[in-house]
Design a protein around this ligand. Sequence first.
Ligand code: HEM
Ligand code: FES
Length: 450
Amino acid sequence: MSCQITYLGINQSVVTSGAEDSLLEISIENKIPHLHECGGNGNCTTCRVRIIEGAQNVNPKTSIEKSTSDARKWDPSIRLACQCYPKGDVKLQRLIWSSGEVNKLQTELVPEGKAEERPIAILFCDLRNFTKLSSQNANFDLAYMLNHFYTALSEPILMNNGIIYQYVGDEIIGVFGTAGGMRQKNCTDAIRAAIGMQYALDRLNKIELKEFKVKLEMGIGINYGRAFVGHLGHPTHRQFSVIGDPVNIASRIQSKTRQTEAKILISNTVLKCVDKGSLDIGKSFHTTLTGKAEQTEIHEVLNFKQMDLQLELQASLYMLLQDEDLFAKVFYKKVFEKAPFVKALFKSSMIDQGRLLTHMLGGIVYSLSRPQHLKMGLKKLGQSHHHYGVKAEYYPVVKEAMLETIEDILGERHSTNIAEAWSQALDFVTDTMKSWNNNQVQERLIREVN
Ligand code: HEM
Ligand code: FES
């Protein structure tokens, strides 16, 4: 029996062939971008949809879906698209549109109405010459600049599994590790975000805000400690909140960036959590923070000592996907030149296919900072590729075409570090995709031996 699935928001309807496909599989088949970090295994919740009409036409919740939705107190209209099989017409809305929104989901597991102590890294970023800017520019221009500042500088927080906690005037506050994780990872994520923010600010000054003839500067302070995290406030207006001394200390460390002329300062606690040898540390200071009697040690971070794969991928992603359609066009042209015989495997519009590919590439760069679902997702992608008729020997061609595309699109902005980072990342992606049936092979061997 065929059924009609309508995607509200993009106003698109598709008619299924009657196969036993989940809502997620229907999206993928019809080239409708639909996030699915864990590849449809019911673990990541990124495929969630709201069923607006036709709830009676889908199966009851699977056990994995039920435990997820109970833990997050979802209302019954929210379903995991990978666990939902339509038997009649359905109208739905996808709820997560971009990889940048995924981190926010961590706050769903934060307690309501009370706070819980959790170890987190806190990043305070302050725009340095904001007061001067406000007096020299019309409000309209100022809002434009601030919006660019917020957008460009928030992205590195999101790419490193952080949550944008608040924008306060010219300040951005990010938190890392709300949902747990190792302290080394959470602190390194915060430092990588800070360095990425510096890169983004350079880009803003050189390109997006060039016509304003201003040079924005900023200071960043990072601290790590046990803070209280919860949804607090009036029962009708609860807000995600992070409170406690570690937060105040992060803010005060940030305020020291002015007098020390350092761009990024971290507390000694942060330095103790990370692999010291991995960081290029500038000056270290003994200082007294406002409201504190004792002296504290803070350190200036200049960069990572060696090429950081994630940072290179993150910093180049924006430049690569500024025009997603161009990236896909150049890439597929190269693939078909190198291996004309694979063209026959592509059955539908190459524009839609290109958008899915670039969507997936962006998703992979974001998910490297929360890798627990990434491998699952890539194995599932590998399995689909097996069904599309893709053979293991085609993967090197795609890798080569992708690296050449990256070089062409970046032009003068390309570097050996970027090339190396993408080469390693593509090896990881393609090796994982190719290993989609490893478990099955192992299971079969075990059965045969027994
Ligand atoms: C870096 C590795 C690759 C990535 C990230 C990737 C990504 C994708 C994505 C996101 C889709 C959309 C459908 C889906 O999600 O299942 C897709 C479809 C497809 N890919 Fe790939 N792919 C990769 C490697 C390859 C290789 C090596 C080939 C071989 C030529 C290939 C051929 C195809 C084909 C034939 C389709 C289906 C097209 C259609 O339905 O018209 N891909 N790929
Ligand atoms: S939960 Fe559906 S794709 Fe991960």
